[in-house]
Structure formats: C-alpha cells, structure tokens
Design a protein. Structure first.
Length: 78
C-alpha cells in the first residue's frame, strides 16, 4: 500500500495591499477581493507543493475572508 503524505500551505493577504494592486491592474480582476483571493491562492499552492504540482491530484483551496484579510488554505496529497 503506498504511503500518502498530506501537504498544507497557508497564505494571508491584506485587503489594503490587494486594493492597491487592483487599482494598478483593474482589467485583470473583477474586484479587489478576487484579486486578494488570486494572490493568496497562488502563494498557498506554491507553499504546499513547491514547483512539483501533481497532475493527477489537483489541490483544494479554501478561503476565509474578513474585512481586512483574505486567507487561503491549500490541502493536497502527494
């Protein structure tokens, strides 16, 4: 039986920084919150998997949003 190792990556993005990035690139995102989610998810997946993302088992990303922060949690299995 193969051994599976879970991988976890978490990233936190301030809405203040996401709004500033959104103002510079409004054509790429529909809102500042979508911008924050994209930035947080990208970093959380990288922290969990590094550069070796398995193709047969895509990562799962969950978001927790508040007025000041967006947190992305990436969980997967290698």
């Amino acid at each position: 039986m193969p051994a599976f190792s879970p991988v976890i990556g978490i990233d936190l993005v301030e809405m203040k920084r996401a709004r500033a990035f959104y103002r510079a690139h409004p054509e790429r995102f529909s809102s500042a919150q979508d911008c924050a989610k994209s930035l947080a998810a990208d970093e959380a997946v990288f922290k969990a998997y590094g550069r070796s993302l398995p193709k047969n088992n895509p990562p799962s990303v969950r978001f927790v949003t508040t007025k000041k922060f967006v947190m992305a949690q990436c969980v997967g299995i290698f």
